[in-house]
Design a protein around this ligand. Sequence first.
Ligand SMILES: Cc1cc2nc3c(=O)[nH]c(=O)nc-3n(C[C@H](O)[C@H](O)[C@H](O)COP(=O)(O)O)c2cc1C
Length: 227
Amino acid sequence: MNQPSRHHHAHPAPPASSPAAEPLWIAPLEPMLVRLESRRSSPLRGLVEPGPTPAELERMLHLAARVPDHGRLVPWRFIVVEGESRRMLGERLDALYARQNPELPAAKADMWTLYMLRAPLTVVLVSRPDPAAKVPEWNQVLSAGAAGMALTVAASAMGFATQWLLKWPGRDPQATALLGVKPGEKVAGFIHLGRPSVESADRARPALDEVVSAWSPDQPSTSNETP
Ligand SMILES: Cc1cc2nc3c(=O)[nH]c(=O)nc-3n(C[C@H](O)[C@H](O)[C@H](O)COP(=O)(O)O)c2cc1C
């Protein structure tokens, strides 16, 4: 073997004599692609029972936890709200909301309880970047977003639908404290989960020519700085 020098930090070029590596054959999974092509959110009011069994939920959360994570910091966590906990959390949120909004009309007095009771189960996705880590905080926040998407995709693969929302209970510091969210943590979303009861219309998806470009060496730099 041609050992790279101990002091050489750049990737060494492969020895000229080494043959090109053969690709590992990974079979394409057409049903998975078809499911991904039709995946979309279901409106919260259309999410119904039955929610996931404990075994299904555990499998889903395992899949959600399989995301890129720079530095293996695990900069996210999940809070599951299901069953009677939905009502108990909703009532605490309503009480807080009433204190914050003394003029709240009576018709809205139980709005957060109704909100929490809509879906059979809600996963609160919490971003918890470590500001002292060498890994940039941005990378850590993106990993939390990836965990939310992985959960959404896992739910879809298992026949559930989700809707990812981030309303007052996930934004207000006093409300997130009721959830058990600690200082330095931030709610990335309430991922509401259940069976879809209606075939919801898909929304328009971005045309690829609006979001994809090929980098070329001729393109002008967008930087104002002169090198
Ligand atoms: C972080 C985050 C927060 C969101 N919060 C809201 C929200 O509060 N209200 C809302 O109507 N949609 C919200 N959305 C959008 C919904 O999830 C929407 O249903 C979704 O964009 C539909 O896309 P899909 O069909 O590809 O899943 C949010 C999306 C994300 C990623």
